[in-house]
Design a protein around this ligand. Sequence first.
Ligand code: ZN
Length: 311
Amino acid sequence: MLRKSLFTTAALTAIVAAAMIVSAQGPPQGKGDGKGKGDGKGKGGPPAGQMIVKIKDGFYEVTGAGGNTSVRVTKDGLIVVDTKNLGEANYNDLMAQIKTVSTLPVKYVVITHVHQDHSGNTKSFEDAGAKVIANEGEKAELATYTAPAGKPAEPNVTYGKKTTIKLGGVKAEVYHFSRAHTGGDSVVYFPDLKIVAGGDAIVNGAPNIDFADGGSAVEWPKLIASTLKLDFDTLIPGHGNVMTKADVMAYKMKWDTFVARAEEQVKKGTPKDKLLASIKTDDIGWNVTGAQWTPPARLDPFYEELSKAKK
Ligand SMILES: [Zn+2]
């Protein structure tokens, strides 16, 4: 079914512009560490090497070498979200970064999804004694998932819809709201600090729908809507700079607009090979004509789920 009111371009532009202003005043990137490099400004993004950045008291982000890693320090040990690109050197670098802020052991790790730039060092954390938690979908996808870097290890704990970590008087709530970037996405919420780690389901820029690993465009906006019901002010995306809640609201607006327009095209009978070019995206800034969209392995399931959704 076609969603009713499509947002006007003007309204969307205004909201995105407002989010950008809020974002400019958002959490600092790379300040206060005395290293004076890779401050997240400019177009280059984070540096290739790893760097730990304080987000709030007791909470840090490690950028570089794959997806962003979150680190929650408690008095009884650490909770970590995502583990960098697969490889011993990446794991050692990550631990070296973490040890600059706490020498306590890592007790829990959450893997937001199957991709090796997030799940890569599952085994090293397990070998070091951590409970490594992922959605049961992540574990299932590992059966067929392959990457040039190798195959990440399975998590040693899985959950279905929600699980809660309690450590040192601190809670971390882990949610599988819906399929989105993959079929086993986890969103991690730290209620006392009002911080969310969103994995690759909530990012700056155009999304990447990994249909082969269970991803879904039609389901994706549900994950964002559910995340927005959480009381947070800071979101660590899977890649890119820290986001505010306003940034996430703007991201949801883009998704809702994109899916509504795509469904409208399929409902109108636009053929599959014309679909991507027919979806207006210039006002939301997404390029959907690249290799992450056009191969049959991406386009076929996209068209198919839109065809089902319109009924
Ligand atoms: Zn990913």
